[in-house]
Design a protein. Structure first.
Length: 273
């Protein structure tokens, strides 16, 4: 194409542009037989507000599918500070261990789990609990299911006893879901959660089995001290002066407590398949 032809085409473009600007419309040319955009139908639905039943159903499903994510999504309780990381640990044996790693009293320090497999606050607690389960049943403690009870962190300074009681009662819905979904046959309630459930009477339930009703199902619940009690005795023996009588006393107390743990754990062996 020579310069004259190029010039003539530019003149035509300018003339057409002036025409379309005056007319205030610009036709769209169809390339390769593409459909006219004006003929394309875009279906849409008007936004409608969700009912409270729909929101509750969606929330429940979100909770059900996110048991093992970093922060458990629950909004059932007021005053929640945050969800507990890795609130639920999935096992294989039909026993659900309820425990609480959150801060309850003003003396407790806030705690955040660092890995998906972490259950208790301290590694030493997990080691001692692992040893107890191994001796009692002959398999790893990781075979059990574990659930934070309650499932969230709350203020350990401003919370009152009745606040914890309400949270424990409200959070029972998550236990019911896990019992239904994983065919749980028994529950071990450890000291950290037992204190919140029974309050000052927690000691009266140690080593005893009661039953909780979930719909038409009764689940045996065995209350145990926290394995941190064994950790305490072990650490205490290391911190005192090395007097034979004192060391012997702590060793004896630890042996007695460990025997109690094992005897109480074996009482639920008939529930394990």
């Amino acid at each position: 194409m020579n310069r004259k032809e190029i010039f003539n085409q530019l003149v035509d473009v300018i003339e057409e542009t002036k025409y379309f600007l005056k007319k205030q419309s610009l036709p769209i040319f169809h390339l390769n037989h593409e459909p006219d955009p004006g003929d394309i139908h875009f279906p849409w639905k008007a936004l409608t507000k969700k009912t409270s039943e729909q929101k509750a159903k969606e929330t429940k499903e979100k909770q059900r599918t996110n048991r093992e994510v970093i922060n458990f999504p629950c909004a059932l309780c007021t005053g929640k500070v945050s969800g507990i990381r890795n609130f639920f640990y999935r096992g294989r044996k039909p026993i659900l261990v309820l425990h609480y790693s959150g801060a309850v009293s003003p003396k407790d320090k806030p705690f955040v789990k660092r890995s998906p497999s972490q259950i208790f606050r301290e590694i030493l607690t997990e080691k001692i609990w692992s040893s107890l389960i191994e001796k009692a049943f002959g398999f790893s403690y990781q075979e059990f299911f574990y659930q934070e009870y309650p499932a969230c962190n709350f203020s350990n300074v401003n919370s009152k006893e009745e606040d914890w009681k309400t949270r424990i009662d409200t959070c029972k819905i998550h236990i019911q879901d896990n019992i239904s979904d994983f065919d749980i046959q028994g529950i071990i309630l450890l000291g950290s959660s037992a204190r919140l459930v029974f309050g000052d009477k927690a000691k009266d339930f140690l080593g005893k089995t009661i039953h909780w009703e979930f719909g038409d199902k009764k689940i045996p619940v065995l209350t145990l001290r926290s394995p941190e009690a064994l950790v305490f005795l072990d650490e205490k023996s290391k911190s005192v002066a090395s007097e034979d009588s004192v060391l012997f006393q702590y060793a004896q107390e630890k042996q007695t407590l460990e025997t109690q743990f094992l005897d109480q754990l074996k009482s639920i062996s008939n529930l394990i398949t």
